[in-house]
Design a protein around this ligand. Structure first.
Ligand code: SF4
Length: 331
């Protein structure tokens, strides 16, 4: 009977090694890749990589339940808003949904490689939270870890596993050679995790504090300069590509603000309910400040909604703001 292993597959070096090692042990490998706007890798490169490795690939989108977890992770955050232990457990729960009761569940984790999520206690927490106690095979460090049910049932033997520990990559060339991995000829899907970036974390926290953490709003965080104006968010495009993106993602309820007739950013104003009058004026003043009319005493700014011009506002450019420095609290 075919032996299957379901591997949490990031496309990074450790998951490549895990895939090849599992294949060497006789498993048919199914790579499960969980993606979200926070951590995205180029899907085409992932598919190409999976093909070259000879593994099946399943790509799953994180759902609203990921955002729920992010608001209140059981094991807290790392340095920024990265809930690594809960995040790993989330991914493994998704993987388990695919695997059912079939096959071995595995990851490319290395003991001691990452401070938050890859030490012995973290491994136990991930197993508990994902409901996979004793059922996660970590073949790269398996020799150093307590036996999983797969070893207990004789499905794999400890001797066949590796004993990698820590961050050093000194032994990798030899391991790659032994597994016949020609890393130079494999595609490398780019992309890190935005939740670990301080400037992105500020914007995520702002959404959480205002009860606005939705995927639609998270996608907005990837572009533009961001300003908080009470119950509204202003996103100001920084170049032609971002301006075009802003126009593309405008919803019927959003406002488009721009300075007509001169080079100007496009900006999106998204509010819970209707914005107060002075919020519109502040938003217009910020947009004017980033336009070519920034040194004029007064600038005429156009406000559109749903494709229609709703008003023109004459405002002074607001020069003393930096993104997130405006925190209008309402009158
Ligand atoms: S770095 Fe990001 S993607 Fe990776 S485990 Fe942590 S939160 Fe999840």
């Amino acid at each position: 009977m075919e032996r299957k292993a379901y591997l949490l597959f990031s496309g990074g070096l450790d998951s490549i090694i895990a895939a090849k090692l599992l294949q060497k042990l006789g498993f048919k490998v199914v790579g499960v890749h969980v993606t979200s706007p926070f951590f995205e890798k180029e899907p085409e490169k992932l598919k190409e990589l999976a093909e070259k490795l000879g593994i099946e690939l399943k790509i799953i989108e994180a759902g609203d339940d990921y955002l729920e977890m992010l608001k209140n992770p059981v094991y807290g955050y790392g340095k920024n808003v990265n809930p690594c232990i809960d995040c790993k457990a989330y991914m493994l729960r998704k993987l388990k949904e695919i695997a059912g009761d079939e096959g071995v569940i595995a990851t490319g984790e290395v003991l001691g490689q990452r401070p938050m999520s890859q030490h012995m206690q973290a491994f136990r927490s991930i197993e508990k939270l994902s409901g996979l106690k004793g059922r996660i095979l970590r073949p790269l460090s398996g020799k150093l870890l307590p036996p999983t049910i797969y070893e207990e049932q004789g499905i794999v033997s400890k001797e066949e596993l590796l004993d990698l520990k820590g961050r050093s990559r000194k032994r990798y060339p030899e391991i790659l050679r032994n597994l016949g991995i020609d890393i130079d000829n494999l595609p490398t899907p780019a992309g890190g995790c935005l939740l670990t970036e301080p400037s992105f974390a500020v914007k995520v926290r702002d959404l959480m504090e205002h009860g606005e953490l939705t995927w639609e709003n998270v996608r907005l965080l990837k572009i533009g300069r961001h300003f908080r104006l009470g119950d509204c968010k202003l996103v100001v495009g920084r170049n032609a590509v971002e301006n075009a993106t802003i126009r593309k993602i405008l919803s019927d309820k959003d406002y488009l603000i721009t300075v007509p007739g001169i080079p100007s950013p496009d900006a999106l104003l998204r509010c819970k309910g209707e914005p107060e009058r002075d919020v519109l004026r502040i938003a217009a003043g910020i947009v004017a400040r980033y336009s070519d009319a920034k040194n004029e005493p007064k600038v005429e700014v156009a406000v559109y909604r749903n494709g229609k011009l709703i008003e023109r506002l004459e405002v002074e450019p607001i020069r003393d703001t930096t993104p997130y420095s405006v925190t209008h609290k309402g009158s």
